[in-house]
Write a protein that binds this ligand. Structure first.
Ligand code: FE2
Ligand code: FE2
Length: 315
């Protein structure tokens, strides 16, 4: 990692926070466009939701974008920066070279900026459209990741934090790439997703390399614990956070009983596991590359979450 070219070597020239533009939402050029790809909002396809008036469906889509943007701010600053900081400051209990510590600060700067522009875009859209951002907890993914860490690595919070960041950072590129460059989506939203995906492509490569550096510094006991914790963290990062969805359905006019029925139908187990398998492919491959599947109990832990060792082929 000290000699080979690193993914953040050209950070001063390439990072969004160094040279990007502020994305501004203009309602007049966006007429007729959707705020989030409808295929990625599972509840929109439910008969109860389709029966709602068009303005209520539009508001649901806007609130889905708000949830995406606000959840991003929590994950970036609390999970990723929470893990980048001890590495950057040399207090992770492991000896990392100065170049890697500076890379961790580059990530830290990037994530602060991603959080800022995510909050900024949600705020701009709320002001222009008059659709308020519901005052609910958007940190559900963070809570779930932290709970997985506490349950599986109760005596090793530092390692838990590092793994949460590695898992999230090797998943997010696939999540951002799920939002297609579909011209029916509001252009400001697409531009922002593209800006973010560019930085996250570099982060993905950084955290993949970092994971192997981290792994090399773990003894067998910590490797086994880490390997067994990874699938629960993948799950926690990708399971839907239904709290804000529930609020959004109620705000759209569905009563409690109908809202709960929509959640149960649209977010059932089958669809969730299929998506998790696809989106987590790179993360699972990374665990395999480190040799995690050769350790006792790791294969079983992945299987318990519907995940398995990738067959053959490398990245
Ligand atoms: Fe980010
Ligand atoms: Fe990132």
């Amino acid at each position: 990692m000290t000699t080979a070219p690193g993914p953040l070597d050209r950070w001063y020239e390439a990072a969004g926070v160094r040279g990007g533009v502020r994305r501004l939402f203009h309602a007049e050029t966006e007429a007729g466009r959707v705020f989030f790809p409808e295929a990625l909002v599972p509840h929109l396809d439910h008969p109860e939701v389709r029966a709602l008036p068009p303005h209520a469906v539009r508001e649901l889509t806007v609130r889905h974008l708000y949830q995406f943007l606000h959840a991003t701010t929590h994950l970036e600053t609390r999970v990723v920066n929470g893990a980048a900081e001890p590495v950057a400051n040399g207090r992770a209990g492991m000896d990392f070279p100065t170049g890697l510590r500076m890379d961790a600060f580059k990530v830290y700067c990037d994530e602060g900026y991603h959080a800022l522009y995510s909050l900024d875009l949600a705020d701009q859209i709320a002001r222009v459209t008059g659709i308020p951002v519901p005052d609910v907890d958007y940190g559900g993914f963070v809570t779930a990741l932290q709970a997985a860490g506490r349950a599986l690595l109760p005596d090793d919070p530092l390692l838990a934090g590092q793994l949460q960041a590695v898992v999230f950072e090797t998943l997010i590129t696939a999540v951002l790439n799920e939002v297609p460059q579909d011209p029916r989506v509001v252009s400001t939203v697409r531009d922002l997703m593209r800006d973010h995906a560019r930085d996250e492509g570099r982060h993905h490569r950084f955290f993949s390399a970092f994971f192997l550096e981290l792994w090399a510094r773990l003894d067998r006991h910590r490797r086994i614990a880490a390997g067994r914790a990874l699938p629960a963290m993948i799950r926690a990062a990708l399971d839907w956070d239904l709290g804000p969805v529930h609020t959004s359905l109620r705000l759209a006019g569905l009563d409690e009983e109908r809202s709960r029925a929509v959640l149960a139908d649209a977010y059932g187990e089958g669809a969730v596991t299929a998506r998790i398998r696809t989106v987590s492919r790179a993360t699972v491959r990374l665990a395999a590359q480190a040799g995690a599947f050769d350790l006792p109990g790791v294969r079983e832990a992945f299987a318990a979450h519907g995940l398995s060792e990738p067959e053959g082929g490398d990245d």
